[in-house]
Design a binder for this molecule. Structure first.
Ligand SMILES: NC(=O)C1=CN([C@@H]2O[C@H](COP(=O)(O)OP(=O)(O)OC[C@H]3O[C@@H](n4cnc5c(N)ncnc54)[C@H](O)[C@@H]3O)[C@@H](O)[C@H]2O)C=CC1
Ligand SMILES: O=C(O)[C@@H]1CCC=N1
Length: 271
């Protein structure tokens, strides 16, 4: 077996990306080695047809992967990265998805000449609908960056940022963002139930409304504000609801506060 990709950590995000790549046929399962200490999560990955191991010691000694993907928690990423130093001199690109952790951390552990790409994905990557934002150090050859971006493109939209410090803001908007939307669905469902709808109906209405509105906005040349106005009849029901959400910039301020909390936490995780 020739190992082209090593995935380190196959939890929520690592698995979402792996599942998306295999589903899209972008990577061959036979070329992937997953390192995951949890037996349960290792079995889940193995069910996709990839080779797995509990530690890097189980990676075949002659392996020279093109890509090592680091998908462990920021709190342990430094120690975990050090276990993959043996690949750092062979042109392997290291791709980290850890929140907060700057490229300088990887350069310090692996050597300044190591090609490193940071990516901030999100979990809709599992169905090819992710938002994948990348920043690469200068050591990544153009062809390798192209390879990484093509791979990420099978997981969703890809954007590149020119200033690494913006990664904290990216994390706060699109990395954590799906959780905000899921919570909105929870809230809309609960409000529907409180208004008398059966639980399943409330959930269906909330879910389909978010899906439909997001799809309409994504496919439209109109601004979201224009689409909002098209729903809002003068003195009608939407106007009544929006007076609650928009009065005093209530929701705007709340979302801004939440995004700033996430951004500040991302900065903290990088220290
Ligand atoms: N969950 C999300 O929506 C997103 C997560 N991220 C980033 O992805 C990374 C992983 O996050 P999650 O998947 O949510 O966490 P998680 O806890 O679900 O996954 C981390 C996995 O790493 C494994 N692990 C721990 N030590 C290891 C080692 N020495 N070698 C190999 N694997 C090891 C754990 O068993 C676990 O399965 C984090 O750095 C996070 O900042 C980035 C964007 C979105
Ligand atoms: O909550 C976290 O720290 C990670 C990073 C972005 C989404 N999940």
């Amino acid at each position: 077996m020739t190992i082209g990709t090593v995935l380190v950590g196959c939890g929520n995000m690592g698995y979402a990306m792996l599942a998306g790549w295999l589903k899209a046929g972008r990577l061959a399962a036979a070329e992937i080695f997953v390192v995951e200490p949890s037996t349960e999560l290792r079995d889940r990955a193995a069910a996709l047809g990839v080779a797995t191991g509990a530690s890097p010691a189980e990676i075949p000694a002659n392996a020279a992967p093109r890509l090592v993907i680091l998908a462990v928690k920021p709190q342990v990423i430094r120690e975990v990265t050090a276990e993959y130093r043996r690949f750092a001199d062979g042109g392997t690109v290291f791709l980290s998805i850890a929140a907060g952790t700057p490229i300088a951390t990887f350069e310090a552990v692996l050597g300044a000449a190591t090609p490193v790409v940071r990516c901030m994905p999100n979990t809709p990557a599992a169905i090819g609908m992710g938002m994948m934002v990348v920043f690469a150090n200068r050591q990544v050859p153009a062809a390798e960056l192209g390879f990484v971006k093509d791979l990420l493109a099978t997981s969703g939209a890809v954007a590149e940022i020119a200033d690494e410090s913006l990664m904290d803001a990216v994390t706060a908007v699109s990395g954590s963002g799906p959780a905000y939307v899921f919570h909105f669905i929870e809230c809309l469902t609960a409000a529907g139930e409180a208004a008398g709808l059966p639980a399943e109906t409330a959930k269906l209405l909330a879910m389909q409304t978010v899906l439909g509105a997001a799809s309409l906005a994504a496919g439209s040349s109109e601004e979201p504000a224009t689409l909002r106005r098209q729903v809002t009849s003068p003195n009608g029901t939407t106007a009544a609801a929006l007076a609650v959400l928009m009065g005093g910039d209530r929701l705007k301020n709340l979302v801004a506060e939440a995004v700033e909390a996430a951004r500040a936490r991302s900065v903290e995780l990088g220290k």
